[in-house]
Design a protein around this ligand. Structure first.
Ligand code: ZN
Length: 235
């Protein structure tokens, strides 16, 4: 037992270590959940991209069909041109052929552009699939780390519980009940250090009677926040 704080500082340190191990234990599953969310997002993005590609393909096929049917129309027009019975008819058909040829050139451009967009979309899909693989690997790594760390942390927590139970002998009987309630409510913040004769948690000064108790390493409760107080150096 520490002569300066009557074991209270040691008890506080053990509570702080316990809280730290507890938070490490909680952070494992949290990290897994964060990574799982990334995987879910990638899967949703992949589905959306596949849907997008389907639509793009449909639009491209439609353009291609239009193009082919116009090409056939042009073949027909050219045949008609050869059979034109008058100069007037010849000119009309020739005009149609020119207009349709221009329209089809633009349709072909549109189709080729649509194919390029599809290629780019497929590239994006491949990138998303590779990102998904990395995200899934990260989940697996996190799961393995947690599985390795969990038993160690749990063992350390059990050790600390025993050490805390032993160190609690420094809590006087008259405040033991209050201390139990504090531990349940505040965990590692059940104790507070005193500096310049003030509680370091709520900054309220201690009374003259409490100063006497603190100087003789006796536990006393902060009259403001209720924490069990201790003083490291005699001031
Ligand atoms: Zn306080």
């Amino acid at each position: 037992m520490s002569s300066a704080t009557g074991g209270l500082k040691e008890l506080h340190d053990l509570h702080l270590q316990y809280a730290d191990v507890e938070s490490q234990l909680d952070s494992g599953p949290r990290q897994i959940r964060v990574r799982e969310k990334i995987v879910a997002k990638k899967l949703a993005a992949i589905d959306a991209q596949k849907e997008n590609l389907k639509e793009l393909q449909k639009a491209a096929d439609h353009k291609n069909l239009q193009f082919k049917s116009n090409e056939q129309h042009l073949v027909d027009l050219r045949a008609k041109l050869n059979q034109a019975s008058s100069n007037k008819e010849f000119d009309i058909i020739k005009g149609q052929i020119e207009a349709d040829t221009t329209a089809n050139a633009s349709l072909e451009d549109d189709y080729l552009e649509a194919l390029e967009t599809i290629d780019a979309g497929r590239q994006q899909l491949a990138e998303l699939e590779s990102e998904l693989k990395s995200a899934q690997a990260a989940v697996e790594t996190a799961r393995q780390e947690v599985a390795t760390e969990k038993p160690k942390l749990e063992a350390r927590m059990a050790e600390l519980k025993t050490e805390i139970a032993g160190a609690e002998s420094c809590i006087p009987n008259e405040i033991r009940e209050d201390y139990r309630r504090l531990v349940a409510a505040k965990g590692s913040e059940c104790l507070a250090r005193v500096e310049n004769y003030a509680c370091t948690e709520c900054f309220v000064e201690v009374s003259p009677q409490q100063k006497v108790l603190l100087r003789s390493a006796k536990a006393t409760k902060c009259k403001s926040c209720g924490r069990v107080l201790y003083m490291e150096a005699v001031e």
